[in-house]
Design a binder for this molecule. Structure first.
Ligand SMILES: Nc1ncnc2c1ncn2[C@@H]1O[C@H](COP(=O)(O)OP(=O)(O)O)[C@@H](O)[C@H]1O
Ligand SMILES: [Mg+2]
Length: 403
């Protein structure tokens, strides 16, 4: 294999990643004296490492006469060395012990933290040293994914996708496991076996709804109906995001064609973004805090009316409980169509909007977690309440408010 600073293989279970790197590592150690370290984020004992796999490979590859297998390491007769370590056991100081290594193999690299990756990369610094990684993708923000599959991936990297279909050795027992997962939980199958990013996190509030949206192909191309105004639904934040969904309601369907969020910008910025989208601007729906005196002399609602002189600006009364908004969202979700490209960031946040963990029981509480995903979710709840109010008397009273 040609030299490269980074050699990565990602993919689902059973794609042969572990076996592939085990063989590659042994071949490297046989062909020249090589110091290699196999690293996991957490390694409590040597049993959690790939040492046993390497021992088996040494036998099946007929290399037994070339290696000494010791308790915690494998030594080559030619001076090669393979060790097994957990990155979390290392400090910025102790990691320096790895400076003389030629190869660092990151095992199950989706679990490797940013801290560990940041410590390791400058440590593996020998001339022509290489960092190898194998992993099952979790989501695009995981450190190894953003390093090796992100838009700024190092130039000197070779990254391949591995798939069980390409594994000629796939045992029947794994194939059966896979078929079972596929029949029982397609989303899980796509993640675990096909190596797709998870669409929703564990405990995601809208896990079922989002899965259904994808299965029913309601995440697709959604163009606004020409000539019909596009309403916007806002959640306002200063330090948090300001999140905006763009939608039209047509014959009972919610056509959600766009999404925008950012933080730390002023109102003019967001108004400009909405205008520059070029859609005929429909009603602007703001959350209750738009009525609070936040800006010099006027409320956000007033400022918005000044920015959009001929547009209706409505303020949605405060929801007594978050669960009211969540319930409203669940009700409209089956009738929602999302533009795959333009709402991608919003869908990502919806898939990560999740219930908090109850410290007493360790299970999920009924309250959603406030984090970087909740602003988009709150704005979506505004959309759900507002639009469902148009067709559903149950919410009319909530909507009567001051507008
Ligand atoms: N080179 C190989 N030689 C023999 N069996 C292999 C080889 N590669 C993969 N396999 C078989 O396929 C299974 C899955 O491979 P593995 O490397 O564990 O996949 P992954 O790490 O991608 O989940 C292994 O348990 C083994 O039975
Ligand atoms: Mg593996």
């Amino acid at each position: 294999m040609k030299p490269a600073r980074y050699k990565g293989a990602w993919g689902g279970r059973g794609s042969g990643k572990s076996h592939f790197y085990a063989e590659l590592l042994l071949e490297a150690c046989v062909s020249a004296p090589t110091r290699a370290v196999c690293l996991r984020e957490v390694q409590r004992s040597i049993k959690q490492s790939i040492k046993l796999l390497l021992e088996d490979k040494i036998k099946t590859m007929g290399l037994s006469s070339l290696f000494d297998v010791l308790e915690t390491e494998i030594r080559g007769k030619n001076g090669s060395l393979i060790t097994f370590q957990g990155l979390q056991n290392h400090t910025a100081d102790s990691i320096k012990s790895l400076e003389g290594y030629d190869i660092a193999l990151l095992v199950e690299a989706q679990a490797i933290s940013q801290r560990s990756l940041d410590m390791l990369r400058p440590t593996i610094r020998k001339e022509r040293s290489e960092i190898w990684a194998e992993w099952n993708p979790e989501n695009e923000d995981v450190p190894i994914d953003s390093l090796l599959r992100g838009k700024d991936a190092p130039a000197d990297s070779v990254v391949v996708e591995a798939n069980w279909r390409d594994n000629p050795f796939l045992p029947d027992v794994l194939l059966r496991e896979m078929e079972e997962d596929k029949a029982r939980d397609y989303d899980k199958y796509m993640h675990v076996w096909e190596g797709h990013y998870r669409r929703t996190l564990d405990g995601a509030v809208y896990a079922k709804e989002i899965r259904a949206a994808f299965e029913q192909k309601r995440v697709c191309r959604v163009l606004p109906i020409a000539g019909k105004p596009v309403d916007t639904f806002w959640d306002l934040g200063k330090r948090d995001h300001t999140a905006i969904w763009f939608a039209q309601m047509q014959l009972g369907e919610y056509r959600i064609s766009d999404f925008y969020q950012s933080r730390g910008e002023n109102l003019e910025h967001y108004a400009k973004v909405v205008k520059e989208r070029g859609y005929p601007i429909g009603t602007i729906w703001l959350p209750h805090d738009a009525e609070q005196e936040r800006l010099v002399g006027k409320t956000i609602a007033q400022a918005m009316r000044d920015l959009f002189p001929n547009i209706i600006v409505k303020v949605i009364p405060r929801m007594a409980k978050k669960s009211i908004g969540i319930e409203a969202a669940r009700r409209i979700f089956p009738n929602c169509y999302f533009d795959e490209e333009k709402t991608r960031e919003g869908m990502k946040a919806l898939g990560r909007f999740r219930y908090d963990v109850d410290p007493d029981t360790g299970g999920y509480s009924t309250n959603p977690l406030h984090d970087e995903n909740s602003d988009a979710a709150d704005a979506f709840a505004q959309l759900s309440l507002s639009l469902s109010a148009a067709s559903d008397t149950k919410y009319k009273s909530i909507m009567m408010g001051r507008n």
